[in-house]
Design a protein around this ligand. Structure first.
Ligand code: ATP
Ligand code: MG
Length: 354
């Protein structure tokens, strides 16, 4: 997927506790990449969290808990550079500079912006109460471009939802280099090849902000409660496929039942998964045992993560210190980019920065 010595960048919003979607969609790939010979930058996207802010929220607390969870999952702050976006305020400066060559029409075609508009009453930005769509949300792809370009990343692993935003980044970087000289590395998006995990409500995507998640720090009582609440009342229609592969059978199930099978296929040994596919085919009454069996496997997966999350060395002081250290590691790269960008556009280098 990647060549030697790639500079890889990926971000995660500090919008809540990490869940299985985050693990199988992102964290497990971070773990694999950190063992290879790449420079990996992972940032906690706290500025991005503000694009949907309604009231003051303790994002810093959530940032610390997310980092402790990352560490508990095995991410190694010595191998990957994990930093907080707002510890690189030069990102905001770069976003401002990039904004000067960004076409508003391109932002209005952005998927995140269009989704937000479509959810407004009447589907228009005017006339709605307050200011539900901020300048910050419209400009989100510019800030994301700054995140990528500031560290000269050449590889950005993305899910489907983010591909269009990386296209915008490529467009901006090419336009900038063409007009003002070669400042930016042109990045490319690579498909993580990760599956998208459904929510416990059967929704297409588990999300921190969706209230449909199975958390990596959920204790056994919470896990059981959440799984028992998954709707399994629909009578299963017979499967029309001979294959037992998750990608073949799960789409034929009612969505919330499919979600349970998806988790089982990821967490339980294959024979357990196949046994339950057999029960489904035979139309047996098995949802109760499916849920308790799945709960056992979820708990087995979560137990070491919860232990390491609570381990004495993995506390707020520890993660705060490594955030500080990592900000120092990434700052010189970032400042160098911003200074080159300022110089290329003609305002000259900053007179006060070292
Ligand atoms: P929010 O609901 O606040 O947007 P989220 O749960 O979608 O939170 P993000 O911070 O947006 O999480 O994304 C973090 C990473 O986790 C991204 O790389 C994203 O692709 C991945 N991810 C999030 N949800 C899922 C999911 N359900 N399945 C697979 N990957 C996921
Ligand atoms: Mg998201």
């Amino acid at each position: 997927m990647t060549t030697r010595k790639d500079v890889i960048l990926s971000g995660i919003r500090p919008t809540g506790r990490l869940h299985f979607g985050n693990y199988f969609g992102a964290i497990q790939h971070f773990l694999r990449l950190q063992e290879q010979d790449h420079t990996c930058y992972y940032f906690i996207a706290d500025y991005h969290a503000l694009t949907t802010i309604k009231e003051s929220t303790d994002y810093f607390r959530q940032t610390l808990d997310m980092l402790r969870t990352y560490i508990a999952c095995g991410l190694d702050p010595a191998k990957s550079v994990i930093y907080r976006q707002s510890d690189l305020p030069s990102t905001a400066e770069l976003a401002l500079l990039l904004g000067m060559i960004t076409n508003v029409g391109m932002l209005e075609r952005g998927t995140t912006y269009k989704d937000a508009v479509s959810k407004l009453p009447g589907g228009t930005t005017s006339g709605a109460e307050g200011n539900p769509i901020s300048y910050g949300l419209l400009g989100y792809p510019v800030l994301m471009s700054a995140d990528i370009l500031i560290v000269q990343a050449n590889v950005v692993p993305v899910g489907d939802d983010q591909r269009q935003h990386v296209e915008i980044t490529i467009d901006l970087a090419q336009r900038f280099n063409h007009r003002f000289g070669e400042v930016f590395t042109i990045p490319r998006s690579v498909d993580r090849g990760a599956i998208r995990l459904p929510g416990l409500d059967g929704g297409a995507k588990m999300g921190k902000s969706e209230n449909n998640d199975l958390g990596l720090l959920d204790d056994p009582a919470t896990v059981l409660k959440k799984l028992k609440a998954v709707p399994t009342t629909t009578d299963p229609a017979p499967l029309t496929t001979e294959s037992n592969a998750p990608d073949d059978v799960i789409p034929q199930m009612p969505p919330s039942v499919g979600a349970l099978y998806r988790f089982l296929s990821l967490l339980a040994p294959e024979e357990v998964y196949l046994d339950f596919v057999g029960k489904y085919r035979r139309g047996e009454k098995f949802y109760g045992t499916l849920k308790t069996t799945l709960a056992e496997h979820v708990n087995r997966f979560n137990a070491p993560i919860i232990d390491k999350f609570n381990a004495p060395g993995n506390d707020d002081a520890f993660v705060t210190e490594f955030l500080r250290e990592n900000a120092k590691r990434v700052s010189p790269v970032a400042l160098d980019t911003v200074e080159s960008c300022r110089a290329a556009m003609g305002i000259g280098r900053s007179l006060h920065r070292a």
